[in-house]
Design a protein around this ligand. Structure first.
Ligand code: 6PG
Length: 225
């Protein structure tokens, strides 16, 4: 990706980052629903987005017009505390009126191969997303796209084996599918991510840099620059 297309934004506090991210999701939901009647949002996993999801509980919107997807998932039984979907439901989705059929959970409990196969069927019926949220790992991974792994960008959802961040078995949207979005927003917090940010700014081919967006990629940072 052309580094010029990345908009870096640093925040003074985690809270100001969370509030800015919530405001970005809210404003894009309004413009998407106004323009196309629906808002297609891909959620990030890990711990960083949790506060943003909690803040989203309180916005005023027509939740029936929201469609929720997951950028990646850990192959654990449904409801397992370590699943990204469990985090999102507990922080936000259980508390708002998004119709169940609008929340497209990755069936990761079926294992990487079967789960990815079914999620490919779900995603194949869709156009571009309106917003993709992503995190960044210390090794510069994003979603479940890890350094040293290869990805079939002809697929929307990938089976992931031997992920260096537990659990080893995961399912991830491909770089190509994550890039089919009108907006992409990375949420990055913590000094432990500095090396990954340095690699990214140096133009290294890291997993995070494989996700592109015609409108540019936004990276909200706290405690890392
Ligand atoms: C996962 C995530 C992963 C995460 C990064 C950052 O399933 O673990 O999808 O890509 O976003 O590892 O994680 P933290 O936000 O917890 O630092």
């Amino acid at each position: 990706m052309n580094l010029k297309n990345i908009k870096w934004q640093s925040f003074e506090s985690q809270f100001s980052l969370d509030r800015a991210a919530m405001a970005r999701v809210e404003s894009l939901s309004e413009s998407s629903i106004e323009a196309r009647g629906q808002f297609h949002l891909v959620l990030a996993g890990g711990s960083t987005p949790k506060n943003v999801y909690t803040l989203l509980k309180n916005i005023s919107t027509d939740w029936h017009k929201w469609q929720i997807y997951f950028g990646d998932e850990r192959c654990l039984e449904l409801g397992h505390q370590e699943r990204n979907s469990t985090m999102a439901f507990e922080a936000w989705l259980n508390h708002v009126d998004i119709p169940e059929q609008n929340i497209h959970v990755i069936p990761a409990e079926l294992g990487p191969v079967e789960g990815a196969h079914l999620y490919n069927q779900t995603l194949s019926k869709l156009g571009d997303f309106d917003l993709v949220l992503l995190g960044l790992g210390e090794d510069a991974h994003t979603a479940s796209l890890f350094p040293g792994h290869s990805w079939d960008n002809n697929l929307d959802a990938l089976a992931v084996f031997d992920a260096p961040k537990p659990p080893a078995l995961r399912i991830s949207m491909s770089p190509a599918r994550l890039s089919r979005s009108k907006s992409v927003l990375f949420l990055v917090s913590g000094i432990e991510k500095q090396t990954a940010i340095n690699q990214w700014k140096a133009g290294d081919a890291i997993p995070a840099s494989t996700v592109t967006c015609d409108n540019g990629v936004d990276v909200f940072c706290f405690n890392v620059s």
